[in-house]
Design a protein around this ligand. Structure first.
Ligand code: SAH
Ligand code: SF4
Length: 352
C-alpha cells in the first residue's frame, strides 16, 4: 500500500469540510513534493496533525540501497515493500533529459533465460501506487541533484508490464494527471503479450510501445523467449500492426545481441523484413552478462556489422548506449540484490 494508491476523490474524503483548495495543496505536497503531512506548512496545524496519523498517506516503499555508475549519471535504487517484496528502479541522466526505468513486478514469470529478472522467477505484481512511487521518488531525486527535469519513463525494469495490465495502465494515467508526464514520453516494453497489446491499442492513450523481439523466427524465439510458444510471431506482428494503425505511434523492436545466437547476417535479414513491414525502429542492445546465462553479448564489431546490415535495408537503427553495467543496473541485470532462483525459494518475500 502506498499513498499513490489513493486518488483525488479519496484524498477529498480525508479533508472533510476543509475549503476545496486544500485538495490541490495536499495532492501537491503528497505526490509532487513527497512531503509528510506534518511538513505541509500550507495546511493548518490541526489538519496536519490529523493527516499525519493517516496510515494510508505513507509511502509504500523503503529505500534499501543506492548505487551509482557512469560517474553519477546512472543511479540504481533497491526498494522494499512492507511485505518484503523487492524491486529496483534506475535513473539515467542525459544532457537534456532524465529518464527513469521502473519495475512493474517483483520478479517476472516469463522466464527469458538471458534476463536476470527472469532467472529470479515471479514474486508478485506491484500495485499502481508502488509503480507511481518509483517515478515520484526519481523525479524528486532528479530535481534535487541538478539533473534535467524528469521527462521520460520507460517500463523496462523488473517484470512484464502487460502481465500486470490494470496496475500499469492506472499508473500511466496517474503519472499523466498528477506528475504531468505525457503518455508520449512513456514507453511500455513488452515481451509480446498479444492480448495486452490489443487492449492497449484501444485505450486512447499515446504511450510508446517497445516489443522485445530478439528473434524473427518462431524456432529461435521459442528458445529465447518462452512466451513465444503461446503468442506466435505472426500473431504478435498482427497485433503490432493494429497498434500502429489505431494509435498512430511507431513501434520499436528491442533486440539483445547474443554472440553467435541472433547476431548473424541471416538474423539481420529476417529482422529487417519484419521491421520494414511495420516501419518499426530497431534498438540493438549488446547482451549484458547475468549470472544464469553463459553466452556473451556480441562484440562491438559484430554489433556494428549487424546494425549496418539493417541500415542497408532501410531500417532505422539505434545501438542502445550501455548504462549502469558497473552497478548491475543495465538492461536485464535487475535482480533486487538476489541470485538466480532466489525468489522461488521465498527469500525475497517474507512470510505474512
Ligand atoms: N518484460 C519487459 C520489460 C523489461 S526487460 C520486456 O521483456 O520487454 C527490458 C528490456 O531488457 C527487454 O527488451 C529485455 O529483453 C531486455 N533484456 C533482458 N535481459 C537482457 C540482458 N541480459 N541484456 C540486454 N538486454 C536484456
Ligand atoms: Fe521478464 Fe522481460 Fe526479463 Fe523476459 S526479458 S524475463 S519478460 S523482464
Amino acid at each position: 500500500m502506498s499513498r499513490f494508491d489513493l486518488d483525488r476523490e479519496e484524498l477529498a474524503l480525508l479533508l472533510e469540510d476543509e475549503p476545496s483548495y486544500r485538495l490541490e495543496q495536499l495532492a501537491r505536497g503528497l505526490y509532487r513534493e513527497l512531503k509528510e503531512p506534518a511538513e505541509m506548512t500550507t495546511l493548518p496545524a490541526g489538519l496536519r496533525r490529523r493527516l499525519q496519523e493517516e496510515s494510508r498517506l505513507s509511502l509504500g516503499l523503503r529505500l534499501v540501497a543506492e548505487s551509482a555508475a557512469d560517474g553519477g549519471a546512472t543511479v540504481k535504487w533497491l526498494f522494499e515493500a512492507g511485505d518484503g517484496a523487492r524491486v529496483e528502479t534506475v535513473l539515467m541522466a542525459y544532457e537534456k533529459r532524465t529518464t527513469v526505468c521502473v519495475s512493474s513486478q517483483a520478479g517476472c514469470a516469463m522466464g527469458c533465460s538471458f534476463c536476470a529478472t527472469g532467472q529470479l522467477g515471479f514474486a508478485r505484481h506491484l500495485g499502481r501506487g508502488e509503480i507511481v512511487e518509483q517515478v515520484a521518488r526519481a523525479a524528486r531525486q532528479a530535481a534535487g541533484s541538478g539533473f534535467a527535469r524528469l521527462s521520460n519513463i520507460v517500463f523496462m525494469g523488473m517484470g512484464e508490464p502487460l502481465a500486470n495490465y490494470e496496475a500499469v495502465l492506472s499508473a500511466v494515467r496517474m503519472l499523466n494527471g498528477e506528475l504531468a508526464i505525457g503518455a508520449r514520453s512513456m514507453t511500455i516494453s513488452t515481451v509480446g503479450i498479444v492480448p495486452g497489446i490489443r487492449r492497449l491499442a484501444g485505450e486512447g492513450i499515446q504511450v510508446n510501445l517497445a516489443v522485445s523481439l530478439h528473434a524473427a523466427n518462431d524456432s529461435l524465439r521459442d528458445r529465447l523467449v518462452p512466451i513465444n510458444r503461446r503468442y506466435r510471431l505472426a500473431d504478435l506482428m498482427a497485433a503490432c500492426h493494429d497498434y500502429c494503425e489505431r494509435t498512430g505511434r511507431r513501434i520499436s523492436f528491442e533486440w539483445a545481441l547474443i554472440s553467435g545466437v541472433n547476431d548473424r547476417a541471416g538474423d539481420a535479414l529476417e529482422l529487417s523484413g519484419l521491421a520494414t513491414e511495420l516501419g518499426a525502429h530497431v534498438n540493438l542492445i549488446p547482451l549484458n552478462p547475468t549470472p544464469g546465462y553463459g553466452v556473451p553479448g556480441s562484440p562491438p564489431p559484430q554489433v556494428a556489422r549487424f546494425a549496418r546490415l539493417l541500415q542497408e535495408r532501410g531500417v532505422n537503427v539505434t545501438v542502445r548506449e550501455t548504462r549502469g553495467r558497473e552497478n548491475g543496473a543495465a538492461c536485464g541485470q535487475l535482480a533486487a540484490g538476489l541470485g538466480p532462483g532466489r525468489l522461488r525459494q521465498g527469500l525475497a518475500v517474507s512470510p505474512a
